[in-house]
Design a protein around this ligand. Sequence first.
Ligand code: AMP
Length: 397
Amino acid sequence: MKILVLNCGSSSLKYQLIDMDGENVLAKGLCERIGIEGSNLAHSPAGGAKHTVVSPMEDHSDAIRLVMDALTDPERGVIASTGEIDAIGHRVVHGGEAFAGSVAITDEVIKAIEDVSGLAPLHNPPNLTGIAACKAVMPNVPQAAVFDTAFHQSLPEKAYLYAIPYELYEKYKIRRYGFHGTSHRYVSERAAAMLGKDAKDLKIITCHLGNGGSVAAVDGGRSVDTSMGFTPLEGLAMGTRSGDIDAAVIPYIMDKEGVSAGGAVSILNKKSGVLGLSGVSSDFRDIESAADGGNARARAALDVFLYRVAKYVGAYAAAMNGVDAVVFTAGLGENSAQTRKAVCSYLGFLGLTVDDERNAQRGGEFVFSTDGSKVAALTIPTNEEIVIARDTAELFA
Ligand code: AMP
């Protein structure tokens, strides 16, 4: 069975074609600047060289057609015809309270995704555009939606309710949803497999630390708390997002800076985090090298970031009344030994001890706690695409 995995942004489309017999990625690529001048597609067949096609793409349907051309190209293609694609799996950011798992896309599902689009105005509309484009270009291929929020629908009420008038939850569905669910699900399942245990018997804290970041508490295989909230703004300090902040700061910024509510939230989303604190960059590699070079604000930005990750791990150990494993994933979690070590240095009270040699490994999955550590520490590269492909394959098997 061959599954096409799609992640559609407002002007971009990321794809992977995965052969589920052996779970091999046959090709992957990215269309950028869709609807903008200079649109292009970068296509990488497995084992072959990356190939860039510069071609106008007015909309996502044009992009899908170009992807199909690339996949079936006699020289660089990986399939003989689009008829070989058995199903399409879409990453959809927000499923609201309607979806606690992946679903086959029907007209009712599209309507339900539209209904919660107000909760993710930057993400759900392009996800829907991608679904419509596939329907137009490949009307007979079944499609599935895999939601970023679904894994966190198991949060108990005490974790998802904000302490605001209950009617605001009832009327507007203002509550914690959480994001990066597919990633937290994947790495928590892998952690259980690597430890040779059943996920049902484990309390795992997963730290997705990339440009956006979130921590999740996974008890018995179910997400019971997570740091992102109503939107991805809450929780950790991130590349450009403030994370947790006193809500009263927002009207204060509006007043002092003469900006609208949207303007103030935009400052918190786009100009804050380690970028805002350091004034150097939103990229953690730049921040780490500036801090190592003696830049005090870059050091402060890193300290704020690391301290908050550690606080969430401590809070979730309390929330679950224990923790068996802490997992690090995404750009920074997978690649920065320095970050892992610094977070774990706060966690000695849990009985977590790091083996520096193991932590210095690069690439792939590994345990980096000592043999005697009471809590296991693991690095696991995330793979949201394979989860989307597996769910899609299961729905249409
Ligand atoms: P992601 O959003 O998962 O792609 O992660 C992107 C972030 O990971 C960027 O801020 C990168 O700077 C950071 N990152 C990637 N590799 C490293 C590394 N070796 N050391 C520190 N940060 C890294």
